[in-house]
Design a protein around this ligand. Structure first.
Ligand code: PDD
Length: 284
């Protein structure tokens, strides 16, 4: 039977009872995280915990356990499900209350659910590269919050699927923000550019790690916005996220960059790879 996390306890999935009065259903009123597990170890877990607490704080959800205790419950979930390679999804909603836009009483406890999913690394696509399409960013202006209200992102991803692409690259007034579920990077003249971490993008944990690892290696990485024209004139493009790692983009709409990932993308991929394998070696 599938084990899941429900308000601090590991239970059978069938035993979870969530009311239709949960604000996740009414309003998408909550926040979430997706943490990658490699070889049984949670990758960049502290960063995910910090962002979860930041997201919760930004929307006025108070968590009464410490980030360490929260993380311990995710580790317990991983153990209970026996997950070796895949993801942990965890969601915190504002809790159960008869439908009313305003916040419920302070006494209402947040509802926490978590589950795991087996997933392989998308190694084939990471090697071959993928296609993307440019679309307008029509989302709200608090994209820094990892909100479960993802309708804008869902519609954006669907546009990619319908265009036969892996990802949609969104722009606001010609300025590239991010993908539907990834951050976007370009390389021009050996310099890497990605949108600054503000309210217009989610500050990806993978994004932060790439910047850290790349700079340590002497790669010039600038958190500077770029336009769709610059995107189309770039030498290399890639998107990044917990599940896709560093995913090279070899074509954006009709613009074909190359037949295979470029050298800076490959270098960053190998740095991230090394980082991931070090995680596994800590364990053994
Ligand atoms: N998505 N931007 C958006 C809008 C995202 O939803 C995500 C992640 C990212 C990358 O963030 P990170 O590196 O922390 O995964 C950027 C997750 C994986 C999801 O919703 O499934």
């Amino acid at each position: 039977m599938e084990k899941v996390l429900w308000n601090g306890k590991i239970v059978n999935k069938e035993d979870v009872r969530i009311s239709i009065d949960d604000r996740a259903f009414h309003f998408g009123d909550g926040v979430y995280e997706v943490v990658r597990v490699y070889d049984g170890e949670l990758y960049l877990a502290d960063g995910h915990m910090k962002r979860l607490y930041d997201s919760a704080r930004k929307i006025g959800i108070q968590l009464d356990m410490t980030p360490d205790d929260f993380l311990a419950s995710l580790v317990e979930l991983r153990e209970a499900t026996g997950l070796i390679d895949g993801t942990i999804y965890v969601q915190v909603s504002r809790g159960e209350w008869p439908r009313n836009h305003a916040f419920p009483d302070q006494s209402v406890a947040p509802q926490i659910v978590g589950f795991t999913k087996q997933a392989k690394r998308p190694l084939e696509q990471m090697k071959s590269g993928v296609k993307a399409t440019i679309i307008e960013d029509t989302r709200w202006l608090h994209c820094d919050i990892k909100s479960i209200s993802l309708l804008g992102n869902v519609l954006a991803k669907q546009k990619a699927v319908e265009a036969g692409c892996f990802e949609s690259i969104q722009h606001r007034d010609g300025v590239v923000t991010e993908g539907s579920s990834t951050n976007v990077f370009i390389v021009k003249d050996a310099t890497v550019y990605t949108h600054p971490a503000n309210h217009l993008i989610l500050n990806g944990i993978t994004r932060q790690r790439i910047i850290e690892l790349g700079r340590k290696e002497g790669i010039n990485i600038r958190e500077e916005a770029f336009t769709t024209d610059q995107l189309l004139q770039a030498d290399e493009v890639f998107v990044a996220g917990t599940t896709v790692e560093i995913m090279p983009v070899i074509q954006v709409d009709d613009k074909k960059y190359s037949d295979q990932p470029g050298p800076v993308t490959l270098k960053l991929q190998s740095l991230l790879n090394e980082d991931i394998s070090q995680l596994a070696s800590v364990k053994h």
